[in-house]
Design a binder for this molecule. Structure first.
Ligand code: PLP
Ligand code: ZN
Length: 449
């Protein structure tokens, strides 16, 4: 890819083998050792601006309408994918998501400085948009430059396929998605259908879909969009940049993030590292990866002191987007956790459901994955690992509106083990004033007690 603005980014092996590859080469693994690739930026070139100048530039662009910089991702273009020409960018103003002070929920736990980064307030309702805008833009440039790409394919637990389908539709590129049949939410299935993708519903789990799509990507003209393709992580990395920017360039003490394939935790780590290297920040937050107990291979490895990692068969969980037993970015994630004094926590179905419901009673609409992170937060607070004055940020990965089935099951008492404490169901009444009045007044009396 041509150098633009003097900045450059290239693929290199995560295990440190020699050799780099341009971002518009179709390559997913190191040819020497088979490990994943990562995107390496020319940091010397990026030092042509001081830390203060970068912060000023990013602040000037924040939420503007100047193409393509109003996007939370492309506002940081030089740090993400400097070689993409502006006319090839496929953006739907992703990023810039709100960072919300969860005052009532935080104080119910004894944490006064608790924040939720609502990454699900985005075009397709999850943080997957942040990575997909980068990947689809690079592919659009490759196609423009005459590369024979005919389709972009992914395996998905639901949100990746929704994002891929939307960005491909915006760019006029064919999208192919492989989904585990019956294991994603209705909204997540309908999204790629509406955007006109070829949707293959397979009678297997996510890990089964992943194995098949990797083979499919060997076919000529099929480009792979899963997060083993580190272009996506470059976009997702901006969540770390945004959160620090939103705190006036201050670093929180803790970041808690639900993890499945473990690309996102690696991406956030890369974002913080880059800000350290270029002098925008001077300390690292601690990171907690939160896993569903039903799909907890990283938690198990952590408990064994990182001695060994063993893939597992993930069991059903309400947190269906992290139902992954063989995470592709596990090595990157462990490296990140070691550098960020990290911990791993887990949440049972009951814990994730109750945590989401408790937060909802203070005004959120938490998806089950956010529920996993909130349950982890509660455990860290109870253990006093997160201290009273600490500033903690929970990454809310998807919009709760995509998970209506989960909310309905909880409130109808259909999630085994839940106490029903947070249940709320409609009161059905005849259209009769006395009945309505009785219902309202007795409710007010009850809640006054
Ligand atoms: C993809 C996804 C995750 C997990 O991210 P990984 O990078 O796979 O660890 C968590 N929550 C939601 C809602 C997701 O869509
Ligand atoms: Zn290698």
């Amino acid at each position: 890819m041509r150098r633009v603005m003097g900045y450059e980014a290239r693929f290199r092996c995560v295990a440190g083998c020699a050799g780099t590859y341009p971002l518009d080469q179709v390559i997913y693994r190191c040819p020497s050792c088979g490990e994943l690739l990562e995107v390496a930026h020319d940091l010397e070139a990026l030092r042509d601006r001081s830390a203060a100048a970068w912060m000023r530039l990013f602040d000037e662009r924040w939420m503007s309408t100047r193409w393509p910089y109003g996007s939370g991702v492309w506002g940081k273009k030089e740090w993400v994918a400097p070689g993409v020409r502006d006319e090839c960018v496929v953006s739907m103003a992703e990023g810039g998501s709100n960072l919300f002070w969860a005052e009532r929920y935080g104080s119910s736990l004894g944490v006064g400085d608790l924040w939720l980064k609502l990454c699900g307030n985005s075009h397709t309702g999850s943080f997957k948009d942040l990575g997909m805008t980068v990947l689809v833009s690079v592919v659009r440039q490759m196609i423009t430059d005459g590369k024979p790409i005919r389709a972009i394919a992914c395996a998905s637990t639901g949100d990746t396929s929704a994002a891929l389908a939307a960005y491909c539709a915006a760019a006029g590129i064919r999208a192919v998605v492989l989904l585990p049949k019956g294991k994603i939410s209705t909204a997540q299935l309908v999204q790629p259908l509406a955007n006109g993708a070829l949707v293959l519903a397979l009678d297997t789990d996510f890990d089964g879909c992943m194995a098949l799509v990797q083979k499919l990507a060997d076919e000529p003209g099929v480009y792979l969009a899963n997060s083993m393709n580190s272009l996506r992580l470059e976009g997702q990395k901006t969540v770390a940049l945004e959160m620090v920017q939103q705190f006036d360039w201050q670093v929180p003490d803790w970041v808690i993030i639900p993890g499945g394939n473990l690309g996102n935790v690696s991406a956030l780590g890369a974002g913080f590292e880059m800000m350290m290297t270029l002098g925008l920040i001077t300390k690292r937050p601690r990171i907690c990866v939160a896993q569903a107990q039903a799909a907890n291979p990283l938690y198990r490895a952590y408990k064994q002191g990182w001695d060994s990692f063993e893939a597992m068969t993930a069991e059903p969980t309400e947190a269906s987007a992290i139902r992954i037993g063989n995470p592709v970015s596990v090595r990157r994630a462990i490296r990140t956790l070691k550098a960020f004094d990290g911990v791993v926590e887990q949440a049972s179905e009951e814990e994730l459901s109750e945590a989401a419901a408790a937060a909802d009673r203070t005004g959120t609409y938490a998806c089950p994955h956010t529920g996993v992170a909130l349950a982890a937060l509660e455990k860290l607070v109870a253990r006093r690992e997160i201290k009273k004055g600490d500033r903690a940020v929970v990454i809310s990965t998807a919009n709760g509106l995509k998970f209506t089935d989960f909310k309905v099951r909880y409130h109808e008492g259909r999630i085994p083990g839940t106490s029903g404490r947070g249940r709320n169901v409609p009161v059905e009444l005849p259209p009769d004033y006395e009945a309505v009045k009785r219902a309202v007044l007795s409710d007010l009396d009850r809640s006054a007690k």
